[in-house]
Design a protein around this ligand. Structure first.
Ligand SMILES: NC(=O)C1=CN([C@@H]2O[C@H](COP(=O)(O)OP(=O)(O)OC[C@H]3O[C@@H](n4cnc5c(N)ncnc54)[C@H](O)[C@@H]3O)[C@@H](O)[C@H]2O)[C@H](O)CC1
Ligand SMILES: [K+]
Length: 480
């Protein structure tokens, strides 16, 4: 788990109804409990808090410790800068107490003059996951002051030693860190404590990951992703259009490559049409499509592409030679199923439903969603890419971990929602997301858009309405 996951988990915890107040209370209480487990009670404790939520955890720990210990709390910085509601709430509680001695230290001179020799334990709640760069004053002086007592007082850091990973950091005996160890942390002892997260947060796709996935990369045109969609055939033109429509809300440019015949049916100014001669794709088109793909950041291949033999050969040849991140969907999956070797070394997402999964891997996903997840994970591991198995719960895996998505409803069985999904996954790849996140968040947004349409129209709606709801789903995520 990475520090970024802290913020994704907090957002998804809130989405599940677990408030930041509860998390902060559990975090601070756990710090106090570990201190008493290790050092007993009747301690003289100095808590140093910053103005962020790391400091907020310190406020809670001070309150819990004050029951059987002698506690002084030093706020380092200006109390008007205490940012979050939950930190402010716990600060106000402390200010209403009499046994905890509070000192606000705004500038370094006071901090440098401090004498902490009377304390048994010093709690470092200055900086945590929100640290940006080298510690700035007055936090810096507080870190240096605490370090004067390393070896004389016990020093316990909240979440991580303040200043980490810079060299100006608290020399803590250990850090009490929350819920899981972080892969970026090293060089100091950690005590991991739980703060009330349910297991779902490891697997359930929520607005947290979607926020990170939708961050626009650059502000200039064309930096926010360019996507190529290859699809359509003599019998289908709707599918590639639907894939393009949804995607066009997430990326700057969508190129839609179709055989010239069905391409005549598309007249949407949002899309850049790239018709190729003929009724169906065939191996003669590979070179032309590879050069179009050069201008894109990701490619979706498959929607409505049909099952003509020459098209299957085209798909396999294109996939084998394309260097861009790929989404392979619909009939494209059947073409690839005949030779999964074309995927070797590629960055890709396969987006099968149950029966396409069986065509690909010879086994129909059955049983509970955990059992299906195990099967999807095993197959994703085997082929070295990401599989998004569509269903009542979509299941996504990159062969290492697995996610599941609960958004969406029965109305989504209407034809074409899978095309919209493929386009969204491709767009999220084009925005620079890892395949696992692109696939998970694509499933989340597609289902969320479908749920919004159902709110308005009931369960009978078309995939085009889902595609057009994508901007509303994006807005909901960004405002969450
Ligand atoms: N899910 C969890 O694990 C929970 C973690 N909690 C605690 O929340 C902090 C992260 O809180 P956040 O407010 O995002 O950031 P910080 O408190 O770490 O710091 C922000 C604070 O500090 C200032 N600042 C940032 N960088 C510097 C610097 N280099 N020098 C000086 N000052 C700096 C910034 O301006 C802010 O004021 C996490 O570590 C946990 O302790 C939750 O409380 C419970 C759930
Ligand atoms: K800290």
């Amino acid at each position: 788990m990475r520090i970024e996951d802290v913020y994704i988990w907090d957002i998804n915890a809130e989405w599940l109804g677990i408030t930041p107040y509860q998390l902060m209370e559990n975090a601070g209480a756990s710090v106090a409990r570990v201190i008493e487990e290790r050092f007993g009670t009747g301690l003289r404790v100095a808590v140093f808090s910053g103005t962020g939520n790391n400091g907020g955890d310190g406020f809670v720990a001070a309150r819990h410790l004050s029951f059987e210990n002698d506690v002084a709390l030093f706020l380092v910085g200006d109390e008007t800068k205490i940012r979050s509601e939950e930190a402010r709430h716990n600060w106000e509680i402390l200010k209403g107490l009499d046994f905890v001695k509070i000192k606000v230290l705004r500038d370094s001179a006071y901090i440098k003059a401090l004498d902490l020799s009377g304390f048994d334990v010093i709690v470092d709640a200055l900086l945590g996951a929100g640290t940006r760069g080298e510690p700035r004053e007055p936090i810096r002086s507080a870190i240096e002051k605490i370090n004067e007592y390393a070896g004389r007082a016990r020093i316990v850091s909240v979440d991580l030693p303040s200043g980490y990973p810079s060299s100006v950091r608290v020399n803590a005996d250990f850090a009490v860190t929350f819920q899981w160890d972080k892969e970026e942390y090293e060089g100091f002892e950690r005590v991991v404590v739980k703060i009330g997260y349910p297991k779902e947060l490891y697997h359930l796709v929520g607005p947290g990951g979607a926020k990170f996935a939708l961050r626009k990369k650059g502000e200039h045109k064309g930096q926010n992703g360019k996507l190529l969609i290859i699809g359509g055939s003599s019998s289908y033109y709707g599918a590639p259009y639907l894939a393009s429509k949804g995607a066009s809300y997430l990326v700057d440019l969508v190129y839609l490559a179709m055989p010239s015949e069905p391409a005549k049916r598309i007249s949407d100014p949002d899309l850049i049409l790239r018709p190729v001669e003929g009724k169906n794709f065939s191996p003669g088109h590979v070179h032309e499509l590879l050069s179009i793909a050069e201008k894109a950041d990701a490619v979706v291949i498959g929607p409505g592409i049909g099952l003509a033999e020459e098209t299957n050969e085209f798909v396999r040849e294109f996939v084998k030679r394309c260097e861009k991140p790929l989404v392979i969907d619909a009939d494209g999956l059947k073409a690839v199923a005949e030779d999964l070797g074309v995927l070797k070394g590629k960055t890709f997402v396969l987006t099968p439903h149950g029966s396409e999964f069986k065509v690909l891997f010879g086994v129909k996903p059955e049983g509970s969603f955990q059992e299906k997840a195990e099967l999807v994970r095993a197959k994703a591991r085997e082929i070295g890419g990401v599989i998004l198995l569509k269903g009542a719960y979509d299941i996504i895996s990159d062969g290492k971990t697995w996610k599941y998505n609960r958004t969406g409803n029965r109305g989504m069985t209407t034809g074409g929602t899978g095309d919209v999904l493929a386009g969204l996954v491709g767009a999220l790849l084009a925005l620079g997301n890892e395949p696992l996140r692109a696939a998970s968040v694509g499933a989340f947004l597609n289902g969320l858009a479908g749920d919004m349409v159902k709110e308005e129209l009931g369960e009978n709606f078309t995939a085009l309405e889902v595609a057009k709801k994508v901007p509303h789903a994006v807005r909901w995520v960004m405002e969450f």
